[in-house]
Ligand binder design. Structure first.
Ligand SMILES: Nc1nc2c(ncn2[C@@H]2O[C@H](COP(=O)(O)OP(=O)(O)OP(=O)(O)O)[C@@H](O)[C@H]2O)c(=O)[nH]1
Ligand SMILES: [Mg+2]
Length: 394
């Protein structure tokens, strides 16, 4: 089942691997020097949703992820890659690996060091630097990379595409090796932003302009200020004024917290940390400090980050396809076995194709199981819908 995929990007030592570990609870190498992560690292994080099982009073059996206390944890893929330095778009550092992440992720989490204690290359600095510089550097490297990828061999490419009558959006996405983009939306963006639809008419300046437009509209970049535990409140306030959508967290503290919980030294419920009785004095003190930081009003836990990105920025809703419309189960009696995070605006027919192309091709009708109503193929689904699809191929 295709999952939403998010990518971490940022300069060396911003804390991507630490955050990745905290998100996935999977070990990633952590070290106090640049380029700790040598190979891309793919893991699973989760977003949370209220499970419809509470409405039918039968425990669900998720095929993927888990569910407890009526809260469903839906897996989301997350990729960690090496840090990006200035000039990565020209192939400096581990540029190319980082840039693969841009192609393969639906949204990018731009992790920056909100404490300002490391420079653009990830090495420690004496005087604190303004995190704004690193945000700009990372954004501009991504746009420059796209731009240089487009401009490479453009003339031959454009004339060949035109000779074979390719649709310009199809050609552009192929040149960038990017998939999963709504071509209709891309076409209307090209038109409204005044890009020539004949690719041979594109000029040098169009490549960068297109890249910035494309990133802004089709590859959401979410700012994640890391190392909040070591950041000063004024800096955070300044970033928040400039970037009201920025999220703040501490990968280090989240990792420490999950390790403490695993070792039975603390229990965590929402934003409340309760130290265990057997925790030592210093451990209790450290946990109290973690409690203080995670209680900050702007602080987001890994789950809150993932849920916010998938729900708000990628505009995804949770839908549950089932076979049995009254038991909300599959053919083997598994209750609510699947949960798909689909785009807002997804229709019953789109869902049928997502489940299986044959189910889509044989589509007869769909049933909204909660309302016990037949819905048409063009009916747009709502968050948390439980849908049974009647298809000739079933
Ligand atoms: N104070 C503080 N330090 C952190 C935090 N997250 C990471 N660090 C430290 O920052 C250093 C770099 O962390 P990594 O997670 O390896 O950074 P990275 O972005 O993956 O680095 P590269 O893979 O080299 O690009 C380590 O010493 C971490 O312990 C945090 O939330 N707070
Ligand atoms: Mg790393």
């Amino acid at each position: 089942m295709a999952k939403v995929r998010l990518g971490l990007v940022g300069k060396p030592n911003a804390g991507k691997s630490t955050l990745f570990s905290a998100i996935t609870a999977r070990a990633a190498e952590i070290g106090n020097y640049p380029f700790t992560t040598i190979k891309p690292n793919i893991g699973l994080g989760f977003i949370e949703a209220k499970c419809p099982e509470t409405e039918i009073g039968t425990k669900c059996n998720p095929r993927e992820g888990s569910c407890s206390g009526g809260i469903r944890r839906i897996p989301v893929e997350i990729i960690d890659v090496p840090g990006l330095i200035e000039g990565a778009s020209l192939g400096k550092g581990m540029g190319n690996e980082f840039l693969e992440n841009v192609r393969e992720s639906e949204a990018l989490l731009l992790v920056f060091d909100a404490s300002g204690k490391t420079g653009l290359d990830g090495t420690p600095v004496e005087d604190k630097i303004d995190p704004e510089a690193e945000i700009e550097m990372v954004k501009s490297e991504i746009a420059r990379w796209m731009s240089s990828r487009l401009s490479r061999g453009w003339e031959r490419f454009a004339s060949r595409e035109e000779a074979t009558n390719q649709h310009p959006t199809t050609s552009l996405l192929r040149k960038l090796s990017i998939s999963g983009i709504n071509e209709q939306a891309l076409l209307s963006a090209l038109t409204s932003e005044g890009f020539p639809l004949r690719l041979s008419m594109w000029k040098e300046e169009d490549f960068f302009r297109f890249s910035e437009m494309f990133l802004a509209r089709f590859k959401p970049i979410v700012l994640v200020g890391n190392k909040v535990d070591a950041a000063d409140p004024d800096t955070i306030q300044r970033i928040r004024v400039k970037h009201p959508d920025a999220i703040f967290t501490s990968g280090d503290f989240e990792l420490a917290l999950s390790r403490a919980a695993q070792a039975g030294l603390a229990s965590v419920s929402g934003k409340t940390v309760s130290p265990a009785e057997n925790a030592t004095g210093p451990q209790k003190k450290a946990l109290a400090r973690i409690q203080e930081v995670i209680s900050l009003p702007f602080y987001a836990s890994p789950e809150a980050i993932m849920t916010g990105v998938v729900r708000d920025r990628l505009e995804r809703i949770a839908v549950y396809p089932v076979q049995d419309e009254s038991k909300w189960a599959d053919g083997q009696g598994n209750v609510l076995p699947d949960c798909y995070m689909v785009r807002k605006g997804t229709t019953a027919l789109d869902l049928a194709f997502r489940v299986h192309s044959e189910i889509g091709e044989g589509f007869i009708k769909a049933i909204d199981c909660r309302r016990r109503m037949v819905i048409s193929k063009d009916h747009e689904l709502n968050d948390s819908d439980v849908i049974s699809i009647i298809s000739r191929s079933r």
